[in-house]
Structure formats: structure tokens, C-alpha cells
Design a protein around this ligand. Sequence first.
Ligand code: NDP
Length: 234
Amino acid sequence: MPRSVLVTGGSRGIGLATARALQAAGDRVAVTYRSAAPPEGLLAIRCDVTDTAQVDAAFKEAEQAHGPVEVLVCCAGITRDQLLMRMSEDDFTAVLDTNLTGTFRAVKRASRAMLRARSGRVVLVSSAVALRGEGGQANYAASKAALVGFARSMARELGSRNITFNVVTPGLTDTDMIRTLSEEQRAGMVGQIPLGRLGAPEETAAAIAFLASPEAGYITGAVLPVDGGAGMGH
Ligand code: NDP
């Protein structure tokens, strides 16, 4: 049976690769986009996850087209890197509002139908930085670390309703998000990765698709690294 899937931040990068993987596996997939052009071949819904009303409207549109959302992937995320002394309060709260509160908004909205169905799969996209920290990324790392506590709390709160919550922590992945890095910065970071290369968005997508699959039905509260070994030891 094809499932109704919603991927937030599915217009490009890891979210788009995940949407394509789940669609190829036979699911009915809706993606949200904000500023990028809507991707072709998928139900694309404009939605800014910092706005509760837009999140609600996006779920309504996905539900009308595909039925109640059974699989939610929260991928929408931003960075606003800055050293602490130069980081404005707005840099901090904007990142938290998108990466953490945006996820809360989507999960809360999705939980209604999942509770009714007594079934659901939720995968949150965190980051290797969540566990190891990174200079210049205090806002981003804090938002991504919080997703682990959030997912594990949800796993305990909603486990009895057969709703699973898992987290992936990608390492450096070849998407627009890392285009701002200089060649030198990138080479330095790749040098720290045991597998010695960037990850492909499709590699994180495959891990997400597994955690969303029926075969992963007994996995909840897990944190799955997809980072070439960069975060080992946490
Ligand atoms: P991209 O910058 O390519 O994609 C980010 C996605 O998030 C886009 O679809 C964007 O939509 C969406 N988005 C951002 N802000 C909002 C918002 N307020 N409301 C709705 N959608 C929003 O990055 P990646 O694919 O690399 O990142 C995807 C996720 O993976 C992020 O959560 C990121 O933190 C995480 N990640 C990425 C890593 C990397 O190295 N690339 C490493 C670890 C984690 P639009 O384009 O329409 O604006």
C-alpha cells in the first residue's frame, strides 16, 4: 500500500533526495518548499515552517491529495554561522525557530492523524555537529542537539501508539548548504572524515527511507549517523 509522506524542506538537497527515494519505493510524497523553485514530479506545497498557519495549510493540502500523513520527514533547516561574540540574538533565535520549533510545529500537526491511526513514522534530520559541536555554529548545533531530546521524548510519549521517532545525523553532505565553505575549509573538513569524502544527499536519503520503512518497525529513539565516520565516539 502506498503511504502518504510529507517531507519538509523537500525542494532541494537531502529533503529532495529523500522525497525521490520514497516516491521511487512507491509512496505518495508531498514536499514543502519555501524560496527555491518547486521540484518537478512531486506534489510541492509552499510552506514556511516558522509559520504555524502555513504548516497547518500544508498538511491539509497533503491530506486532501494523499490522505492522512503516515510518514513525516523533517528536513527544513538553515544555518547562520557566526562566532559567539558576533552572533546576534536574531541569528540565534532564527535558527532555533526554523530547525527546532519548525520541527515541533510539523510533528505536533502530524501527530493528530497518527494518533488516530495508531501508527506513524517520523524521522528528524539533525547533524553530526549536534553531538560534537562546532566553533561558529553554536546556534545550529544547539538546535540540532535539541532534536535528539525532542525525538526521544516523543518516542517515549507516543511509542504505545505505534509511532516511531528517529533521528539521522548527517556529516558534511554535498548540497547548497555547504557551498559557502571555501575550498580550503572544505578540504580541511574532509581531512577529518575517516572515509575521506563528502556524503551524497542520496546516502542520507537511504538511511531516512530505512527508518521510515516497515522493516524498521522496532526502532525508535535511535540516532543514526550518516557521516563517513566523522562523529564516531558519541
Ligand atoms: P539545503 O540548504 O540544500 O536545503 C534546505 C532545505 O530547507 C530547503 O528545502 C529549504 O527550502 C528548507 N528550508 C529552510 N528554511 C525553511 C523554512 N523556514 N521553512 C520551510 N523550509 C525551509 O540543505 P541540505 O539539504 O543540506 O539540508 C537539509 C537538512 O539537512 C537541514 O536540516 C540541514 O541542517 C541538515 N544537514 C545538512 C548537512 C550538510 O552538510 N549539507 C549536514 C548535516 C545536516 P527552500 O529551498 O525552498 O528555501
